[in-house]
Design a protein around this ligand. Sequence first.
Ligand code: 13P
Length: 256
Amino acid sequence: MKKYSIIANLKMYLSADQTVAFATEHFDALVKYAGHKSLAITIAPTLPVMRDLALIFKDTQLSWAAQDCSNHLAGAFTGQVSPLSLKEIGCSACIIGHSERRRFCGETSEDVATKAQLLLDCTLSPIICIGEDHEHMEQALATLHEQLNPVLQAIKNYQHKIKNIPVYIAYEPAWSIGTGKIAEGSYLESIFAWLKKETQALGAGFTWRFLYGGSVNAQTISVFKKIGAIEGFLIGKASSNFEEFEKILKSIMLES
Ligand code: 13P
């Protein structure tokens, strides 16, 4: 049976109090789904509640991811959060290079490469987001190469250090995020085949997990489920509405 990695990127949809209410109200259901053999569920909440949630859900199979981290481990970096702190407060993974951070916060692929190294040094899984915008659809692979190559070069000698820590690559076409527009199956097939080839070039010793993100919801999930190379989903808006999120989980469980 295929096991899907489901990462709920709650972005900034819910406040700190709303996030705790969401998690505690749906505690039993979240724990039940996280324990299902076809699902590995990770939640990326707003950072101020990370430690609270990690404690509330201690000894369950839910895991926790941050939505970003600093590209430094310590020092005079006002407002930034070290990967080391993320490890201490209960995270097992961290999203890096999200298109919203590239667009609104000037995050570069070189920043993403440094963050990936620091996360692996702290035994945290990087969730490396890449994706072309609408203008670059024709040359999607060139854009993806520009975004991914610095990261792969940075971590290419890490295979002995990281043992079984998964490295996630989330293909999230920027034009699909939050728009309801989704790519053709054949387009996705070709992107994921390319991703597989690029990562295989680094040789053995890495545990890659290939995710898709962008307008995943209860309606679109059936389209994405047909792409065999997709091993999980990075879900934005739909994960902040429990009923919608639950429909997606049920659909995945049914067809796995
Ligand atoms: P939506 O699911 O809201 O399109 O967002 C996707 C995303 O950005 C996940 O990181």
